[in-house]
Design a protein around this ligand. Structure first.
Ligand code: S3P
Length: 434
Protein backbone atom coordinates (compact mmCIF):
# COMPACT_ATOMS: atom_id res chain seq x y z
CA UNK A 1 0.00 0.00 0.00
CA UNK A 2 1.10 3.55 -0.73
CA UNK A 3 -0.01 6.56 1.29
CA UNK A 4 -0.20 9.96 -0.34
CA UNK A 5 -0.29 12.81 2.16
CA UNK A 6 -0.77 16.49 1.59
CA UNK A 7 0.24 18.98 4.27
CA UNK A 8 -2.29 19.97 6.87
CA UNK A 9 -3.64 23.30 8.01
CA UNK A 10 -3.77 24.07 11.67
CA UNK A 11 -5.79 21.56 13.65
CA UNK A 12 -7.45 21.20 17.03
CA UNK A 13 -8.80 18.01 18.50
CA UNK A 14 -8.88 15.17 20.99
CA UNK A 15 -7.47 11.74 20.51
CA UNK A 16 -7.33 8.40 22.31
CA UNK A 17 -4.25 6.48 21.19
CA UNK A 18 -4.44 2.74 20.50
CA UNK A 19 -3.67 0.39 23.38
CA UNK A 20 -0.08 0.09 24.53
CA UNK A 21 1.85 -2.53 22.58
CA UNK A 22 4.44 -3.34 25.27
CA UNK A 23 1.78 -3.76 27.95
CA UNK A 24 -0.49 -5.84 25.68
CA UNK A 25 2.33 -8.33 24.99
CA UNK A 26 3.12 -8.60 28.67
CA UNK A 27 -0.40 -9.05 30.01
CA UNK A 28 -0.99 -11.82 27.47
CA UNK A 29 2.25 -13.65 28.30
CA UNK A 30 2.08 -13.19 32.07
CA UNK A 31 -1.61 -14.22 32.22
CA UNK A 32 -0.82 -17.44 30.41
CA UNK A 33 1.34 -18.64 33.30
CA UNK A 34 -0.98 -17.35 36.04
CA UNK A 35 -3.32 -19.61 37.95
CA UNK A 36 -6.89 -18.97 36.78
CA UNK A 37 -8.73 -16.72 34.37
CA UNK A 38 -7.40 -13.33 33.34
CA UNK A 39 -9.47 -10.67 31.69
CA UNK A 40 -7.76 -8.02 29.62
CA UNK A 41 -9.70 -5.06 28.25
CA UNK A 42 -8.53 -2.76 25.46
CA UNK A 43 -5.97 -5.30 24.21
CA UNK A 44 -4.04 -3.96 21.19
CA UNK A 45 -5.49 -5.51 18.04
CA UNK A 46 -2.40 -5.02 15.90
CA UNK A 47 -0.12 -7.51 14.16
CA UNK A 48 2.62 -7.67 16.80
CA UNK A 49 0.33 -8.48 19.73
CA UNK A 50 -1.77 -10.89 17.67
CA UNK A 51 1.46 -12.80 16.97
CA UNK A 52 1.98 -13.14 20.72
CA UNK A 53 -1.54 -14.49 21.29
CA UNK A 54 -1.16 -17.01 18.43
CA UNK A 55 2.19 -18.14 19.84
CA UNK A 56 0.70 -18.66 23.31
CA UNK A 57 -2.09 -20.76 21.82
CA UNK A 58 0.54 -22.97 20.18
CA UNK A 59 2.04 -23.50 23.63
CA UNK A 60 -1.29 -24.87 24.86
CA UNK A 61 -2.78 -21.68 26.31
CA UNK A 62 -6.56 -21.15 26.00
CA UNK A 63 -6.92 -17.59 24.77
CA UNK A 64 -10.08 -16.01 23.45
CA UNK A 65 -9.80 -12.68 21.69
CA UNK A 66 -12.90 -10.69 20.85
CA UNK A 67 -12.14 -8.46 17.86
CA UNK A 68 -15.29 -6.36 18.40
CA UNK A 69 -14.66 -5.46 22.01
CA UNK A 70 -10.84 -5.82 22.11
CA UNK A 71 -11.18 -8.12 25.13
CA UNK A 72 -8.77 -10.94 25.71
CA UNK A 73 -9.64 -13.80 28.05
CA UNK A 74 -6.88 -16.16 29.01
CA UNK A 75 -7.17 -19.32 31.00
CA UNK A 76 -3.79 -19.41 32.72
CA UNK A 77 -1.97 -22.74 32.79
CA UNK A 78 -0.02 -22.00 35.94
CA UNK A 79 3.75 -21.77 36.15
CA UNK A 80 4.31 -25.35 34.95
CA UNK A 81 1.53 -25.89 32.45
CA UNK A 82 2.86 -24.90 29.02
CA UNK A 83 2.97 -27.61 26.33
CA UNK A 84 5.36 -28.22 23.48
CA UNK A 85 4.23 -26.54 20.26
CA UNK A 86 3.68 -29.00 17.42
CA UNK A 87 4.83 -26.48 14.89
CA UNK A 88 7.25 -23.61 14.47
CA UNK A 89 6.11 -20.39 16.17
CA UNK A 90 6.07 -17.33 13.93
CA UNK A 91 6.63 -14.01 15.71
CA UNK A 92 6.16 -12.04 12.47
CA UNK A 93 7.76 -8.61 12.83
CA UNK A 94 7.74 -8.65 16.62
CA UNK A 95 11.04 -8.82 18.50
CA UNK A 96 9.10 -8.47 21.77
CA UNK A 97 7.27 -11.71 20.98
CA UNK A 98 10.43 -13.57 20.03
CA UNK A 99 12.62 -12.39 22.89
CA UNK A 100 10.05 -12.66 25.65
CA UNK A 101 8.80 -16.07 24.50
CA UNK A 102 12.37 -17.33 24.37
CA UNK A 103 12.68 -16.44 28.06
CA UNK A 104 9.31 -18.01 28.81
CA UNK A 105 10.02 -21.40 27.20
CA UNK A 106 13.64 -21.69 28.33
CA UNK A 107 12.63 -23.39 31.58
CA UNK A 108 10.31 -25.95 29.93
CA UNK A 109 11.99 -29.23 28.99
CA UNK A 110 10.67 -29.27 25.45
CA UNK A 111 11.64 -27.96 22.06
CA UNK A 112 10.49 -24.59 20.73
CA UNK A 113 11.41 -23.17 17.34
CA UNK A 114 10.66 -19.47 16.83
CA UNK A 115 11.04 -17.66 13.55
CA UNK A 116 9.96 -14.28 12.21
CA UNK A 117 9.70 -12.17 9.09
CA UNK A 118 12.66 -11.00 7.01
CA UNK A 119 13.27 -7.99 9.26
CA UNK A 120 13.10 -9.95 12.52
CA UNK A 121 15.42 -12.65 11.18
CA UNK A 122 18.11 -9.98 10.86
CA UNK A 123 17.83 -8.63 14.41
CA UNK A 124 20.31 -9.62 17.13
CA UNK A 125 19.19 -12.47 19.37
CA UNK A 126 22.60 -13.16 20.94
CA UNK A 127 21.63 -10.69 23.66
CA UNK A 128 19.00 -13.18 24.93
CA UNK A 129 20.83 -16.37 23.93
CA UNK A 130 23.75 -15.46 26.19
CA UNK A 131 21.96 -15.11 29.58
CA UNK A 132 19.40 -17.84 28.87
CA UNK A 133 22.22 -20.27 27.99
CA UNK A 134 24.08 -19.28 31.15
CA UNK A 135 20.94 -20.17 33.09
CA UNK A 136 20.96 -23.64 31.49
CA UNK A 137 18.83 -23.54 28.31
CA UNK A 138 20.23 -24.91 25.04
CA UNK A 139 19.65 -22.46 22.20
CA UNK A 140 20.71 -22.77 18.58
CA UNK A 141 20.51 -19.86 16.16
CA UNK A 142 21.63 -19.00 12.65
CA UNK A 143 25.20 -17.64 12.83
CA UNK A 144 24.74 -17.97 16.58
CA UNK A 145 22.65 -14.82 16.74
CA UNK A 146 19.81 -14.73 14.22
CA UNK A 147 16.39 -16.38 14.17
CA UNK A 148 15.10 -19.00 13.69
CA UNK A 149 15.85 -19.87 17.29
CA UNK A 150 15.74 -23.47 18.37
CA UNK A 151 15.30 -23.71 22.14
CA UNK A 152 15.55 -26.84 24.24
CA UNK A 153 14.48 -25.83 27.71
CA UNK A 154 15.93 -27.21 30.94
CA UNK A 155 15.88 -26.77 34.69
CA UNK A 156 17.42 -23.33 35.02
CA UNK A 157 19.55 -21.83 37.74
CA UNK A 158 19.43 -18.19 38.83
CA UNK A 159 22.30 -15.96 37.70
CA UNK A 160 23.60 -12.48 38.28
CA UNK A 161 23.64 -10.73 34.93
CA UNK A 162 24.67 -7.25 33.81
CA UNK A 163 22.72 -6.43 30.67
CA UNK A 164 25.07 -5.36 27.85
CA UNK A 165 22.29 -3.07 26.50
CA UNK A 166 19.44 -1.32 28.29
CA UNK A 167 16.71 -3.38 26.67
CA UNK A 168 13.36 -4.10 28.29
CA UNK A 169 12.80 -7.07 25.99
CA UNK A 170 16.05 -8.64 27.16
CA UNK A 171 15.30 -7.79 30.80
CA UNK A 172 11.85 -9.38 30.50
CA UNK A 173 13.25 -12.52 28.84
CA UNK A 174 15.59 -13.05 31.80
CA UNK A 175 12.82 -12.22 34.31
CA UNK A 176 10.51 -14.81 32.74
CA UNK A 177 13.23 -17.45 32.88
CA UNK A 178 13.99 -16.47 36.49
CA UNK A 179 10.39 -17.12 37.56
CA UNK A 180 11.06 -20.86 37.27
CA UNK A 181 14.80 -20.96 37.95
CA UNK A 182 16.47 -22.39 41.05
CA UNK A 183 17.56 -19.64 43.44
CA UNK A 184 17.70 -15.92 42.93
CA UNK A 185 18.36 -14.03 39.68
CA UNK A 186 19.87 -10.56 39.72
CA UNK A 187 19.62 -8.30 36.68
CA UNK A 188 21.69 -5.13 36.47
CA UNK A 189 20.60 -2.58 33.88
CA UNK A 190 23.09 -0.08 32.42
CA UNK A 191 20.27 2.50 32.26
CA UNK A 192 16.61 2.43 33.22
CA UNK A 193 14.39 0.91 30.53
CA UNK A 194 10.60 0.51 30.53
CA UNK A 195 9.50 -1.25 33.71
CA UNK A 196 6.08 -2.66 32.75
CA UNK A 197 7.19 -6.24 33.48
CA UNK A 198 8.29 -5.35 37.01
CA UNK A 199 5.01 -3.55 37.72
CA UNK A 200 2.69 -6.22 36.30
CA UNK A 201 4.54 -9.23 37.72
CA UNK A 202 4.57 -7.62 41.17
CA UNK A 203 0.81 -7.13 40.91
CA UNK A 204 0.56 -10.87 40.16
CA UNK A 205 2.47 -11.72 43.33
CA UNK A 206 5.90 -12.39 41.84
CA UNK A 207 8.86 -11.95 44.18
CA UNK A 208 10.50 -8.97 42.43
CA UNK A 209 12.66 -6.49 44.29
CA UNK A 210 13.90 -3.31 42.63
CA UNK A 211 16.69 -1.08 43.83
CA UNK A 212 17.55 1.52 41.21
CA UNK A 213 18.98 -0.35 38.26
CA UNK A 214 19.17 -3.69 40.10
CA UNK A 215 16.29 -6.15 39.92
CA UNK A 216 16.16 -9.33 42.01
CA UNK A 217 13.72 -12.14 41.30
CA UNK A 218 13.07 -15.26 43.29
CA UNK A 219 10.77 -18.07 42.16
CA UNK A 220 7.24 -18.26 43.57
CA UNK A 221 4.67 -21.07 43.66
CA UNK A 222 2.06 -19.25 41.61
CA UNK A 223 1.12 -16.04 39.86
CA UNK A 224 -2.28 -14.41 40.31
CA UNK A 225 -4.47 -13.83 37.25
CA UNK A 226 -4.99 -10.30 35.98
CA UNK A 227 -7.95 -8.07 35.46
CA UNK A 228 -6.42 -5.31 33.44
CA UNK A 229 -7.36 -2.36 31.23
CA UNK A 230 -4.52 -1.61 28.82
CA UNK A 231 -3.92 2.16 28.64
CA UNK A 232 -3.13 4.05 25.43
CA UNK A 233 0.35 3.81 23.95
CA UNK A 234 2.53 6.89 24.40
CA UNK A 235 4.72 5.69 21.52
CA UNK A 236 1.70 5.92 19.18
CA UNK A 237 0.55 9.21 20.72
CA UNK A 238 4.05 10.61 20.16
CA UNK A 239 3.41 11.04 16.42
CA UNK A 240 0.49 13.37 17.16
CA UNK A 241 2.41 15.18 19.91
CA UNK A 242 5.02 16.14 17.32
CA UNK A 243 2.34 16.87 14.69
CA UNK A 244 0.68 19.42 17.00
CA UNK A 245 4.04 21.02 17.83
CA UNK A 246 5.19 21.52 14.24
CA UNK A 247 1.87 22.55 12.64
CA UNK A 248 1.12 26.22 13.30
CA UNK A 249 -1.83 27.16 15.51
CA UNK A 250 -2.57 23.59 16.43
CA UNK A 251 -3.66 22.01 19.66
CA UNK A 252 -4.33 18.46 20.68
CA UNK A 253 -5.51 16.71 23.82
CA UNK A 254 -4.40 13.11 24.14
CA UNK A 255 -6.56 11.07 26.52
CA UNK A 256 -6.16 7.78 28.40
CA UNK A 257 -2.50 7.51 27.62
CA UNK A 258 0.08 5.58 29.62
CA UNK A 259 2.34 8.02 31.47
CA UNK A 260 4.94 5.61 32.80
CA UNK A 261 8.06 7.79 33.36
CA UNK A 262 10.26 5.08 31.80
CA UNK A 263 8.50 5.82 28.49
CA UNK A 264 8.40 9.62 28.52
CA UNK A 265 11.95 10.57 27.49
CA UNK A 266 10.57 12.26 24.36
CA UNK A 267 8.65 14.79 26.45
CA UNK A 268 11.83 15.70 28.33
CA UNK A 269 13.70 16.31 25.08
CA UNK A 270 10.80 18.28 23.58
CA UNK A 271 10.67 20.42 26.71
CA UNK A 272 14.37 21.25 26.25
CA UNK A 273 13.47 22.22 22.67
CA UNK A 274 10.83 24.68 23.89
CA UNK A 275 7.67 22.60 23.40
CA UNK A 276 4.50 23.73 25.13
CA UNK A 277 2.57 20.90 26.74
CA UNK A 278 0.86 19.87 29.96
CA UNK A 279 0.81 16.36 31.43
CA UNK A 280 -1.83 15.28 33.94
CA UNK A 281 -1.79 11.91 35.69
CA UNK A 282 -5.40 10.93 36.43
CA UNK A 283 -5.00 7.39 37.75
CA UNK A 284 -2.02 5.52 39.10
CA UNK A 285 -2.68 1.87 39.80
CA UNK A 286 -0.28 -0.57 38.17
CA UNK A 287 0.57 2.03 35.52
CA UNK A 288 0.06 5.82 35.61
CA UNK A 289 -2.53 6.97 33.07
CA UNK A 290 -3.73 10.43 32.11
CA UNK A 291 -3.78 13.14 29.47
CA UNK A 292 -1.35 15.34 27.57
CA UNK A 293 -2.28 18.72 26.08
CA UNK A 294 0.07 19.98 23.39
CA UNK A 295 0.03 23.17 21.35
CA UNK A 296 2.19 24.33 18.46
CA UNK A 297 5.51 25.71 19.60
CA UNK A 298 8.58 27.20 18.09
CA UNK A 299 11.24 24.55 18.61
CA UNK A 300 14.99 25.05 19.04
CA UNK A 301 17.76 22.55 18.43
CA UNK A 302 18.98 20.17 21.12
CA UNK A 303 21.72 17.59 21.73
CA UNK A 304 20.48 14.14 22.73
CA UNK A 305 22.69 11.29 23.92
CA UNK A 306 23.42 9.00 26.84
CA UNK A 307 21.15 7.24 29.28
CA UNK A 308 17.93 8.93 28.15
CA UNK A 309 17.81 6.75 25.01
CA UNK A 310 16.08 3.68 26.51
CA UNK A 311 13.29 6.02 27.65
CA UNK A 312 12.66 7.35 24.15
CA UNK A 313 13.92 4.47 22.06
CA UNK A 314 10.81 4.10 19.87
CA UNK A 315 10.38 7.86 19.46
CA UNK A 316 13.71 8.40 17.66
CA UNK A 317 12.23 8.69 14.13
CA UNK A 318 9.56 11.24 15.07
CA UNK A 319 12.03 13.19 17.23
CA UNK A 320 14.25 13.55 14.14
CA UNK A 321 11.28 15.09 12.32
CA UNK A 322 10.92 17.67 15.11
CA UNK A 323 14.68 18.36 14.94
CA UNK A 324 14.54 18.74 11.14
CA UNK A 325 12.10 21.64 11.64
CA UNK A 326 13.69 23.19 14.76
CA UNK A 327 15.86 26.30 14.76
CA UNK A 328 19.59 25.46 14.76
CA UNK A 329 21.77 22.36 14.78
CA UNK A 330 20.69 19.26 16.73
CA UNK A 331 23.09 16.47 17.49
CA UNK A 332 22.03 12.88 18.19
CA UNK A 333 24.60 10.52 19.67
CA UNK A 334 24.79 7.16 21.54
CA UNK A 335 21.81 6.04 19.45
CA UNK A 336 23.34 2.83 17.98
CA UNK A 337 20.39 0.76 19.22
CA UNK A 338 18.24 2.48 16.59
CA UNK A 339 20.26 0.66 13.94
CA UNK A 340 18.97 -2.75 15.10
CA UNK A 341 15.26 -1.98 15.19
CA UNK A 342 12.70 -3.09 12.56
CA UNK A 343 15.10 -1.37 10.14
CA UNK A 344 18.22 0.74 10.61
CA UNK A 345 16.30 3.81 11.80
CA UNK A 346 19.30 6.16 11.73
CA UNK A 347 20.06 5.40 8.11
CA UNK A 348 16.41 5.25 7.03
CA UNK A 349 15.54 8.65 8.52
CA UNK A 350 18.74 10.26 7.19
CA UNK A 351 18.01 9.08 3.62
CA UNK A 352 14.26 9.70 3.57
CA UNK A 353 14.19 13.06 5.37
CA UNK A 354 16.97 14.27 3.02
CA UNK A 355 14.67 13.48 0.09
CA UNK A 356 12.17 15.83 1.72
CA UNK A 357 14.72 18.65 1.93
CA UNK A 358 15.97 18.15 5.50
CA UNK A 359 19.63 18.90 6.22
CA UNK A 360 20.73 15.75 7.92
CA UNK A 361 24.05 13.94 8.16
CA UNK A 362 24.46 10.34 9.28
CA UNK A 363 27.05 9.53 11.94
CA UNK A 364 28.03 6.14 13.29
CA UNK A 365 26.05 6.53 16.50
CA UNK A 366 23.54 9.19 15.47
CA UNK A 367 22.83 12.20 13.29
CA UNK A 368 23.56 15.89 12.86
CA UNK A 369 20.43 17.78 11.85
CA UNK A 370 20.29 21.43 10.76
CA UNK A 371 16.73 22.66 11.08
CA UNK A 372 14.90 24.11 8.06
CA UNK A 373 11.67 26.15 7.88
CA UNK A 374 9.75 23.80 5.69
CA UNK A 375 10.11 20.43 4.02
CA UNK A 376 9.09 19.47 0.50
CA UNK A 377 6.94 16.56 -0.66
CA UNK A 378 8.79 13.55 -2.08
CA UNK A 379 8.48 9.85 -2.76
CA UNK A 380 9.81 8.14 0.35
CA UNK A 381 10.25 4.58 1.60
CA UNK A 382 9.15 3.07 4.91
CA UNK A 383 11.51 0.05 4.67
CA UNK A 384 8.55 -1.93 6.03
CA UNK A 385 9.06 -0.26 9.44
CA UNK A 386 5.87 1.04 11.06
CA UNK A 387 7.55 3.86 12.95
CA UNK A 388 9.42 5.09 9.86
CA UNK A 389 6.13 5.15 7.88
CA UNK A 390 4.40 7.14 10.64
CA UNK A 391 7.29 9.55 11.28
CA UNK A 392 7.50 10.37 7.55
CA UNK A 393 3.73 10.93 7.49
CA UNK A 394 4.14 13.54 10.23
CA UNK A 395 6.99 15.17 8.28
CA UNK A 396 4.62 15.28 5.29
CA UNK A 397 2.27 17.57 7.26
CA UNK A 398 4.89 20.31 7.06
CA UNK A 399 5.97 19.62 3.48
CA UNK A 400 5.05 21.67 0.43
CA UNK A 401 3.17 19.48 -2.04
CA UNK A 402 2.46 15.78 -1.78
CA UNK A 403 4.46 13.06 -0.08
CA UNK A 404 4.10 9.47 -1.20
CA UNK A 405 5.07 6.82 1.33
CA UNK A 406 5.83 3.40 -0.12
CA UNK A 407 5.01 0.23 1.82
CA UNK A 408 2.80 2.09 4.24
CA UNK A 409 0.78 -1.00 5.23
CA UNK A 410 3.35 -1.69 7.97
CA UNK A 411 1.43 0.66 10.31
CA UNK A 412 -0.64 -2.49 11.01
CA UNK A 413 2.19 -3.64 13.28
CA UNK A 414 1.32 -1.21 16.08
CA UNK A 415 -1.28 1.35 14.93
CA UNK A 416 -3.72 0.01 12.32
CA UNK A 417 -5.92 3.14 12.36
CA UNK A 418 -3.00 5.56 11.97
CA UNK A 419 -3.97 7.02 8.58
CA UNK A 420 -7.64 7.42 9.57
CA UNK A 421 -6.55 9.33 12.67
CA UNK A 422 -4.14 11.44 10.65
CA UNK A 423 -7.01 12.45 8.38
CA UNK A 424 -9.41 13.03 11.24
CA UNK A 425 -7.18 14.79 13.74
CA UNK A 426 -4.66 16.61 11.58
CA UNK A 427 -7.15 17.25 8.78
CA UNK A 428 -4.53 16.13 6.31
CA UNK A 429 -5.45 14.91 2.85
CA UNK A 430 -4.60 11.22 2.90
CA UNK A 431 -5.10 8.81 0.02
CA UNK A 432 -4.29 5.16 0.35
CA UNK A 433 -3.56 3.21 -2.82
CA UNK A 434 -3.31 -0.56 -2.88
C1 S3P B 1 10.02 -2.99 23.98
C2 S3P B 1 11.30 -2.60 24.23
C3 S3P B 1 12.10 -1.83 23.26
C4 S3P B 1 11.21 -1.18 22.21
C5 S3P B 1 10.18 -2.11 21.66
C6 S3P B 1 9.30 -2.63 22.75
C7 S3P B 1 9.33 -3.77 25.02
O1 S3P B 1 12.98 -2.70 22.59
O2 S3P B 1 12.01 -0.66 21.17
O3 S3P B 1 9.38 -1.45 20.68
O4 S3P B 1 8.09 -3.91 24.94
O5 S3P B 1 9.98 -4.26 25.92
P1 S3P B 1 14.41 -3.11 23.23
O6 S3P B 1 14.15 -3.94 24.41
O7 S3P B 1 15.10 -3.86 22.14
O8 S3P B 1 15.07 -1.81 23.54
Amino acid sequence: MKAIIKGSRSFKGRFKPPADKSISHRVAIFSSIAEGKSWVKNFLLAQDCLATVEALKKLGVEAELNFETAELKINGRGLSGLKESEDVINAGNSASTMRMLAGLVSSFPFLTVITGDQSLRKRPMDRIICPLSQMGAAILAREEKFAPLCIKGATLKGISYSLPVASAQLKTAVMLAALRAEGETTIIEPAVSRDHSERILKKQGADVEIEGKIIKIRPVERLKPLSFFVPGDFSSAAFFVVAALICPESEIEIESVNLNPSRLGLLEVLEWMGAKFKVEVEKDEVEPVGRIKVSSSSLSSVDVGGSIWPRLIDEGPVLFVAMALAKGRSRVFNAQELRVKETDRIKAMAIELSKMGAKIEEKEDGLIIDGVDKLKGAVVESYGDHRIAMALSIAALRAEGETLIENAECVQVSFPSFFEELKKICQAEVHLIQ
